[in-house]
Design a protein around this ligand. Structure first.
Ligand SMILES: Nc1ncnc2c1ncn2[C@@H]1O[C@H](COP(=O)(O)OP(=O)(O)OP(=O)(O)O)[C@@H](O)[C@H]1O
Ligand SMILES: [Mg+2]
Length: 377
């Protein structure tokens, strides 16, 4: 059994004065009109289990307008027994976020072994497909850290080495150093950067390879035609000697610019369908399916690697999907752990009336007493 949220209690956050929601271990449909507070409920669940919002939000944004403090507590059922994760916010107070596990203050919720992982689909997350490479790199590195905790420091080591090399380049440039002088001073940093770069590149390649079969399978099941591929586009080699040679060749250019322009800080991932970029040759719905396939495929790989299935928070996922794709998506997530899915019309979730599917109706203005039990598995 993977950890799942069994109950969520929200006080004075966003639209909620007080909400108390019992959650089943399977699929729960969160339904209500625009602005009712559906995304706010998912955000509260995420906040309780991570100590953070899933959208850029200050504590003052999160606390209900007119209230001075707010809090959320999630009861979590884990194989080792129940736990309670809670977050208290008091924007005007001294310490803003008060994080607790089972009533005991903690510095971070993220490292707690009972914490359920969460995989979040928000319409905003389309930037992962459509936006710039930095988001994809950091997404890939987060995944790497989950799948191979031992490799988590690789990103930091590389960026630290890069920072030092760039500082030196900038100072060499300011001093008007020539290439020969620069080469002498850069020598030790070239080697350090090359080794860290090659290790990070190899780890990123391995992670991309590890997720592709699951991502492809989920894409097919969702009804995305063609073969979806998450292609790693490294900017430098996974062989330290080759990176070293490449850095040495570029001393002149680096000196001119004052920074390192070769290495994994410029990597990207390409989301392709039948070899073509989905952002250039895919419809809105197809791009959405590609992102869903990526997130769902990763969830499966994380479950295989850690034995714990992340809780899925799927916000507004049904819009832009046709009836057949909606049914396919529901078939994919039902019976596979906990998923909270927001929709404006419950009818957008085929099977929403089935007894094993939980249901929360978020009624605008009546959020004081949302108290809806959700189905079992
Ligand atoms: N701190 C706050 N205090 C009170 N209300 C807030 C606060 N922050 C956001 N809101 C209100 O929450 C509402 C939006 O809630 P939410 O985003 O959860 O709606 P939703 O049900 O997801 O709607 P949609 O279907 O349009 O996505 C807005 O009306 C907004 O004004
Ligand atoms: Mg919403």
């Amino acid at each position: 059994m993977s950890a799942h949220l069994s109950r969520l209690r929200v006080r004075d956050l966003r639209t909620y004065v007080a909400a108390d929601v019992v959650l089943g271990p399977g699929l729960t449909v969160v339904a209500g009109p625009n602005g009712a507070g559906k995304t706010n409920l998912l955000e509260a669940a995420y906040l309780a289990c991570t100590g953070r919002s899933f959208r850029a939000a200050s504590d003052a944004d999160l606390v209900r307008r007119g209230a001075e403090a707010g809090n959320v507590a999630a009861e979590v059922a884990t194989p080792a027994g129940p736990s309670v994760f809670s977050v208290g916010l008091e924007p005007g107070g001294q310490r803003t976020r008060r994080l607790r596990v089972d009533g005991n203050p903690v510095d971070s919720l993220l490292d707690h072994p009972a914490r359920p992982r969460m995989s979040v689909f928000l319409p905003d997350r389309m930037v992962l497909v459509k936006g710039g490479p930095a988001l994809r790199r950091s997404h890939l590195d987060q995944l790497l850290a989950v799948l191979r905790p031992g490799a988590a420091p690789l990103r930091r080591s590389f960026h630290e080495a890069l920072r030092q090399r760039n500082a030196l380049l900038s100072s060499l440039r300011a001093r008007g150093a020539d290439v020969a002088a620069a080469a002498r001073e850069l020598g030790p940093w070239d080697r350090t950067v090359a080794e860290a770069a090659a290790a990070l590149t190899a780890a990123r390649a391995g992670t991309t390879q590890a997720i592709n079969p699951a991502v492809q399978a989920r894409a097919e099941e969702l009804g995305l035609s063609g073969v979806l591929e998450i292609a790693y586009r490294p900017r430098s080699s996974a062989d330290p000697d080759e990176v070293l040679a490449a850095l040495q060749e570029r001393h002149g250019g680096d000196l001119e610019r004052g920074f390192t322009h070769h290495g994994p800080h410029r990597d990207d991932l390409a989301v392709r369908r039948d070899g073509r970029l989905i952002t250039r040759f895919g419809s809105q719905g197809e791009q959405r399916m590609a992102l869903l396939a990526l997130l769902l495929g990763e969830t499966d790989v994380i479950e295989d690697a850690t034995g714990q299935r992340p809780v899925l928070l799927l916000d507004d996922v049904m819009s832009e999907l046709d009836a057949e794709r909606r049914a396919r998506l529901v078939a994919l997530i039902r019976g596979r752990g906990q998923a909270l899915v927001t929709v404006t019309e419950a009818a957008h979730v085929p099977g929403a009336e089935d007894p094993d599917v939980g249901r929360i109706d978020v009624v605008p203005g009546a959020a004081e007493s949302v108290r809806v039990a959700a189905g079992g598995d």
